[in-house]
Design a protein around this ligand. Structure first.
Ligand code: GLU
Length: 420
C-alpha cells in the first residue's frame, strides 16, 4: 500500500474509533467514511519555453453537512488522490471540532513550485481554477492556502473566479477563497493564524499542567508559513526555539535561535541552511533532541515507527496535518508523551479563514486585536472541551478531539435527517 493510501486509511481509522465509542449511527459512519465528491481535472499549461505540459489537479469535497466545503490547495510534487482524500477528511473534523459552520475539502496539484517561474505558476493557478468551474464558490466550496500555495495564489484564484462570472454574481464573491492579501479582502492575522493557534493550544496545555512556558525548549520542523509564525508566537510566550529543520537542513543552538534573524536568512537563502550562529544537525539528530516540545510543522508522516523510539520530547504539537502516524502516536502515548492532535493544534488557519469569509460577507473589517482574541477564545474553548472529554473517557487527546467532532456531526444528522 502506498504511503498516502496508508494515510487515508489512518484518517478513516480515527473516525471509526470515535464512531465505535459514540455508537455512531451506521449510516452517519458510512457517510463520513468516504468523500462526498472527488474531482480530478487534467489541464494544459504553457511553459515559458512555449511548450505545453499537462497537469492533474484534485478537489476532494469530503462533507458539507455543517456548511460550505472548506480547505486548502496544496502544490507539492508528492500530491496524489489518497493524500488529498486524507487531508479533506481531516478538514471536516477540524471544522466540526472548533465549531465552524464549514465542511471539509482539500485540493492540490502534483507540482514543484520551485521548478517553475512566477508566470508559469500564475498560468497553472488560473487554468486549474478555471477547470474547477462551478465546483468552487463562496457559498459552496472555499479554497485557502496550504503547503506550496500562499496569498498570491489565492489572489490569482479569486481574480480568475471573478472574471469567469457575470456582474451579478461578482458581488460578495471575494469570499470564494480565504488567505487572500489584505488589499483584496484578506483578513488581518490570517497569515499568522495557524502558527499562533498552535501556540495558544500549547499555552492551554501548560495551563492544564499548571506550569509556565517560560524557558521551555522547542524544536520546530518546517519553516514555512506555519513553522515561522509558530516560532515567533512561541518565542513571544517565553519559549526558547533551540532547533529548526526544513528541506534545506537543520540549525541548532542550545541558547536559543534568534528567530527574526533566522526568518530574514531563510527568506534570502530560501531555507534555514547556512544560518550563521548555529550548529547543524542531521534529521535523525533533530528528532532525537532532548527538548520539552517538538513541533512538526511540515508534511504528514514525519514521526513514524522508524524514528519514534528516538523522540525525547515531552510534548508533540502537531502543527502540520498528520505528521505523526497512528502507530507512532500509540507508542508516544504509551511512553507518556502528550500529543496535541493536528485537528486542534493547527485549526487556527481555518478559524481565521472563517473570520475572513465573514468579513467578506458583511463588508466589515475586523482589527488585528479582534481577530487575535477571537482566535484565542475559539482554540481555548476547543481545548477545554477536548480536555473534559479526555478526563471523562481517559483517552488520548486525539481520540477525545474526534469524539467531540463526531458528536456534533451525529447531532446535526439526527436533527436534519438523511435526505430524502
Ligand atoms: N490549509 C489549512 C489547513 O489545513 C487552512 C485551510 C483553510 O483555511 O481553509 O487547515
Amino acid at each position: 500500500m502506498s504511503s498516502s493510501a496508508n494515510l487515508y486509511r489512518e484518517a478513516a481509522a480515527n473516525v471509526d474509533a470515535a464512531a465505535d465509542d459514540l455508537g455512531l449511527e451506521p449510516t452517519v459512519r458510512d457517510i463520513l467514511s468516504s468523500p462526498q465528491h472527488e474531482l480530478i481535472v487534467n489541464f494544459p499549461v504553457q511553459r515559458d519555453s512555449g511548450e505545453y505540459v499537462m497537469f492533474q489537479g484534485y478537489r476532494i469535497q469530503h462533507n458539507n453537512v455543517l456548511g460550505p466545503f472548506k480547505g486548502g490547495m496544496r502544490f507539492h510534487p508528492a500530491v496524489d488522490l489518497d493524500e488529498v482524500r486524507a487531508l479533506a477528511t481531516w478538514m471536516t473534523f477540524k471544522s466540526a471540532l472548533v465549531r465552524l459552520p464549514f465542511g471539509g475539502a482539500k485540493g492540490g496539484v502534483a507540482i514543484d513550485p520551485a521548478k517553475h517561474s512566477r508566470s508559469e505558476m500564475e498560468r497553472v493557478v488560473r487554468r486549474f481554477t478555471h477547470s474547477l468551474g462551478e465546483n468552487i464558490g463562496p457559498g459552496y466550496d472555499i479554497p485557502a492556502p496550504d503547503v506550496g500555495t500562499n496569498a498570491q495564489t489565492m489572489a490569482w484564484m479569486m481574480d480568475t473566479y471573478l472574471n469567469s462570472r457575470g456582474p451579478a454574481e461578482r458581488q460578495g464573491a471575494r469570499g470564494v477563497v480565504t488567505g487572500k492579501p489584505i488589499e483584496i479582502g484578506g483578513s488581518l492575522g490570517r497569515a499568522e493564524a495557524t502558527g499562533k493557534g498552535a501556540a495558544y493550544a500549547l499555552r492551554h496545555l501548560y495551563g492544564e499542567y499548571d506550569r509556565s512556558l517560560g524557558d521551555q525548549t522547542v524544536a520546530i520542523q518546517g519553516f514555512g508559513n506555519v513553522g515561522s509564525h509558530g516560532a515567533v508566537a512561541l518565542e513571544e510566550l517565553g519559549m526558547k526555539v533551540v532547533a529548526v529543520s526544513d528541506a534545506t537542513g537543520t540549525v541548532h543552538a542550545d541558547r536559543g535561535l534568534n528567530i527574526d534573524a533566522l526568518i530574514a536568512h531563510a527568506n534570502s537563502a530560501s531555507g534555514v541552511a547556512g544560518f550563521s550562529d548555529a550548529e547543524t544537525l542531521t534529521t535523525d539528530e533533530f528528532f532525537a533532541l532532548d527538548v520539552d516540545v517538538l513541533m512538526p510543522a511540515a508534511l504528514e508522516a514525519q514521526i513514524t515507527a522508524d524514528n519514534v523510539d528516538s523522540i525525547q520530547a515531552r510534548v508533540v504539537l502537531e502543527a502540520a496535518n498528520g505528521p505523526v502516524t497512528a502507530a507512532a502516536a500509540e507508542k508516544l502515548h504509551a511512553g507518556g508523551v502528550d500529543v496535541v492532535p493536528d485537528i486542534l493544534a493547527n485549526a487556527g488557519g481555518v478559524i481565521v479563514s472563517y473570520y475572513e469569509w465573514v468579513q467578506n460577507k458583511t463588508q466589515h473589517h475586523w482589527s488585528a486585536g479582534d481577530v487575535d482574541s477571537q482566535l484565542r477564545n475559539t482554540i481555548w474553548d476547543a481545548c477545554d472541551r477536548v480536555a473534559a472529554r479526555r478526563n471523562g473517557a481517559g483517552s488520548t487527546r486525539r481520540h477525545a478531539a474526534y469524539l467531540e467532532a463526531c458528536d456534533l456531526l451525529q447531532s446535526v444528522y439526527e436533527l436534519r435527517g438523511i435526505f430524502p
